[in-house]
Design a protein around this ligand. Structure first.
Ligand SMILES: O=C(O)CCC(=O)C(=O)O
Length: 277
């Protein structure tokens, strides 16, 4: 079982990130990647934007992963024994693509009340400096939410191309390269970004967003989450169904409703909604 040292927990609280932790073997990563890419081949192209969010409702192996002790043990040590998974989200940059993620803080857009929400980012292919791994601004999760501007750049993977306009010092950024099967963890308040993929392989990551059950959705009227450990005494989120197989029809129907509700939250107050749902 993975265990943080007291020092590492203190460091996480101060800096807002931790990496790497190896959670999957090479064989296990291959099973996940093959399943994703078999599905993409069957639909004739990469995941569509409507399939990126709440993806554990589409892929059974991803629902298994959000319940995997190798992921939940470190999460529990950071946010406590009762854990909801709010979302799972694919981040795929094709080889030699200009796709990038501008500096942003997720707390500004997700409509969640808690300061304790964590993103666990799992690499399913090499996330190197060359392929555009994530980088973070240590400590920014502890300050005010920084000003953002919606820029809608066509290569920006964020919904509205939101970008922090002040308060990021690129020279102080920390790169978080990961090997396939490794995770990084960051507090969703931290400023983070990533560059283009200049490598010959796809950069495939999937993030899993965990939170304590006393979190509330304060922008949308309805939201959902999976109870993955402990108990939920508050019941602030509708429980997501557990798929029995990939593309289980009931779970797919729920995913479509949940992804639409999430999109409304992410675009709340935006000048333009460019979602393709
Ligand atoms: O995958 C990336 O490059 C960015 C991911 C990200 O913004 C996130 O996990 O919150």
């Amino acid at each position: 079982m993975f265990s943080f040292s007291p020092n590492e927990i203190e460091q996480f609280e101060e800096s807002g990130y931790f990496f790497p932790i190896t959670v999957l073997s090479g064989d296990e990563v291959k099973v996940c990647r093959d399943s994703l890419e078999r599905f993409e081949a069957s639909q004739g192209g990469s995941l569509k934007s409507s399939q990126r969010n709440k993806a554990h409702l589409l892929f059974k192996w991803l629902d298994d992963l959000i319940r995997d002790p190798r992921i939940l043990d470190p999460v529990e040590q950071l946010i406590g024994p009762n854990i909801l998974c709010w979302n799972t989200l694919f981040w795929i940059k094709e080889s030699h693509s200009k796709s990038f993620v501008s500096w942003h803080q997720d707390t500004r857009y997700w409509g969640l009340s808690s300061d304790k929400v964590l993103s666990v980012w799992l690499a399913l292919s090499p996330a190197s400096v060359e392929s555009g791994c994530m980088r973070v601004m240590p400590g920014t999760h502890r300050g005010e939410v920084l000003p953002h501007d919606d820029r809608y750049h066509e290569d920006n993977m964020l919904t509205r191309g939101q970008e922090i306009t002040r308060g990021v010092k690129e020279t102080e950024a920390v790169l978080m390269p990961l090997e396939p099967g490794q995770i990084s963890i960051h507090n969703y308040r931290i400023a983070h970004a990533s560059g283009p993929n200049n490598s010959g392989d796809r950069r495939i990551g999937v993030s899993m967003h965990f939170m304590p059950p006393d979190t509330e959705q304060i922008v949308g009227n309805w939201d959902s989450a999976a109870l993955v450990r402990g108990e939920d005494r508050q019941g602030n989120f509708e429980p997501t169904p557990i798929p029995e197989k990939d593309f289980d029809p009931l779970a797919v129907e729920f995913q479509q409703k949940a992804a639409r509700a999430m999109s409304e939250v992410l675009y709340a107050g935006a000048e333009r909604n460019t979602a393709k749902l």
